[in-house]
Design a protein around this ligand. Structure first.
Ligand SMILES: Cc1ncc(COP(=O)(O)O)c(C=O)c1O
Length: 417
């Protein structure tokens, strides 16, 4: 039987032993970007780090191919969710040992909310906002129906969140950066106010992790979760992460009580007993190949300074806003102008937004569209520079000025927008 104590991984020390990479100047060459493409959609699916193919190839050929089942121990597959979690933890200000990888973000917010509601049995309100990502709200609805204890999912406008905190509220359940507009909540302020009222917090960091510095431990967040296929460049379907504050980790109940979160999974007990700490939030067998791809991406993230990423992101976003507003006044900015009030994307409202985005994509400028009328441009400074911003602005100007977006071929709506 494997003992959990023996398995505890050493926390990666790569950042101390390997040289720092300059954002863009050194990092751009570490990504594959097709020629002729200006990629402003890394807030949806990050670009491919060149190291991924080699790393995944090694896992396939050497670890899976030659080691076979032995690789769970010899190649460290079993402890990978925790080791990778610690590397993500550095990017979100989490304490060592407080982040676990696995599943999808939808499942991880469900687990976090379930644990938080369980820790606040007297209160019935889950407070969120109408800018939250739909899956977070759907998962909350599903959980509330399953619990059947009369909880209410209360949605208010983002600006009303702070004033809506009260002693009725069990959990404040928010996404820090709005997926459509890029508006950013003040996580430190809201978490402090929530804590003063004994409200637990669950933060969705999908548009924060790798986009801007996050300080979960510093602000005193209770739970947080995020995905790794956006700014973290882990690849399509890359595993999610879940943070549980160490003060809760040994008592948070894992609603999805799978065998990998058991205290002794290989004892095959008939009854469930949770593992100590955040390990209890593991559910089933980890996606080893997907985690390997993410590890290759983290080899870059380990070596960059998030403050530098943020400074570059804000400068590039300011430039894009300035260029688009000057060239295309018909596009209306919906992203806050104040630096502290936004994430790492720029969004404009335009009535022909979907068709205009299709026309841009046909010209090699890739952003995306969110219903009903938002054109989104993600800013990912590891592989996007000023020349990309100018090229995108030129293409946007052409598409709008020449009414290219009105052409019939750009009106066809794809399944994924
Ligand atoms: C804020 C936010 N939460 C959740 C999700 C989706 O989570 P999942 O990885 O389960 O599809 C997204 C997807 O873009 C998102 O933007």
């Amino acid at each position: 039987m494997i003992s959990r104590d023996l398995e505890q991984p050493k926390i990666e020390t790569m950042t101390e032993t390997r040289s720092r990479l300059r954002v863009y100047d050194d990092t751009r060459a570490l990504f594959h970007l097709p020629s002729g493409v200006t990629y402003l959609d890394g807030n949806s699916l990050g670009a491919l780090p060149l190291g991924v193919a080699e790393r995944v190839g090694r896992v396939i050929n050497v670890e899976w191919g030659d080691e076979l089942i032995r690789a769970w121990n010899s190649a460290g597959w079993y402890v990978q969710p925790r080791k990778v979690g610690d590397r993500i933890g550095r990017l979100i200000g989490a304490e060592p040992g407080s982040v676990i990888m696995g599943d999808t973000l939808s499942l991880k917010v469900y687990q976090a909310l379930a644990a938080a509601l369980d820790m606040s049995p007297q209160r019935r309100v889950v407070l969120s906002d109408d800018g939250n990502f739909p899956t977070d709200l759907y998962m909350a609805e599903g959980l509330i129906a399953t619990l059947g204890r009369g909880h209410e999912l209360r949605l208010v406008a983002p600006e009303q969140v702070e004033a809506s905190l009260s002693e009725e509220v069990a959990v404040l359940y928010l996404t820090e950066v709005d997926y459509r507009t890029g508006r950013r909540h003040d996580m430190a302020r809201l978490t402090a106010k929530a804590r003063a009222l004994d409200i637990l917090t669950v933060w969705d960091l999908a548009h924060s992790a790798g986009a801007l510095p996050v300080d979960l431990a510093g602000v005193g967040a209770d739970f947080a979760a995020g995905c790794t296929y956006k700014y973290l460049n882990g690849g399509p379907g890359a595993p999610a992460f879940l943070y549980v504050a160490p003060r809760h980790a040994d008592r948070a109940r894992a609603a999805l009580s799978g065998w990998m979160g058991h205290a002794r999974p290989f004892a095959f007990d008939l009854g469930y007993a949770p593992a100590g700490g955040v390990e209890r939030m593991r559910v089933g067998t980890p996606a080893v190949l997907a985690l390997a791809a993410l590890e290759a991406s983290l080899d870059i993230w380990d070596r960059v300074d998030l403050d530098e990423v943020r400074a570059r992101s804000l400068a590039l976003a300011d430039r894009l806003i300035e260029e688009i507003e000057r060239r295309c006044p018909v596009l209306k900015l919906v992203t806050p102008r104040a630096h502290e009030a936004r994430g790492s994307q720029v969004s404009f409202v335009f009535e022909g937004g979907y068709a205009a985005m299709q026309a841009l994509i046909a010209r090699g400028v890739i952003g995306d569209f969110r219903a009903p009328d938002i054109m989104r441009f993600g800013i990912t400074p590891l592989y996007i520079g000023e020349a990309d911003i100018v090229r995108a602005a030129e293409a946007i100007e052409e598409v709008i000025r020449d009414a290219v977006w009105r052409r019939p071929e750009y009106q066809v709506v794809n399944a994924v927008t």
